[in-house]
Design a protein around this ligand. Sequence first.
Ligand code: PGA
Length: 256
Amino acid sequence: MSRKVIIAGNWKMNKTAAEGCELVNALKEKLGCSCYDNVDIVVCPPFTTLGAVVEAAKGSRIKVGAQNVHWAESGAFTGEISAEMLKTSGVEYVIIGHSERRQYFGETDATVNSRLKAALNAGLKPIVCIGELLEEREGGLTEKVLTTQIRGGFDGITGEQMANIVVAYEPVWAIGTGKTATPDIAQETHAHIRKELEAMFGAEVAGKVRIQYGGSMKADNARELVAQADIDGGLIGGAALKADSFAALIDEAMGK
Ligand code: PGA
């Protein structure tokens, strides 16, 4: 089963509109070659930077994603952004359920599920994040935690929808810490995730779902991680903030 590699940069709360455009323009130069046709490249800036980055990325192979979306279509939800607002702004992807949102903003599997349905209804391509905490890994609970997140997060989703959802496996203990899961540990966990998806949606759908690894991925470790059978790309924080490091990581992930 061949799945197209997808590398997405999660800028988190970094980059003004001007800084975001500068980064995208530098990436356009580095990633102009048709040799990048067989990888999906996505950048996910903060909301206030999205519009400028959509413009800057136009006509290039760089796709744009948001970092969150609200589940309601419209209404009294001060500070929130709807899926339709993102879609009509030229946004294609959206990250849902990042561990920082689960940790600091009360995100649960139920809210992930509601946001996911809203994103799909608006025609956005979701990147749904799952992952275990350090104490859960150390307590031997990783598979159980991931299974719960998968069953709750993807409840009520059709197989057809699932086949186009990207899952990002991000062990929370590896995010921003410089600690990466070894390729073996990451592969073992990705295989478990695919097995759970198979139990819910069948083998054909599970075989189509792209599962990214995230957590201190950089040029140095991207090649070995993406070479694993069930690792189909990466969700990148720190190393996505500079054109040099992001482009170098993409090259390594592609085995160049
Ligand atoms: P990191 O972040 O690459 O800086 O560890 C990854 C993420 O949180 O998506």
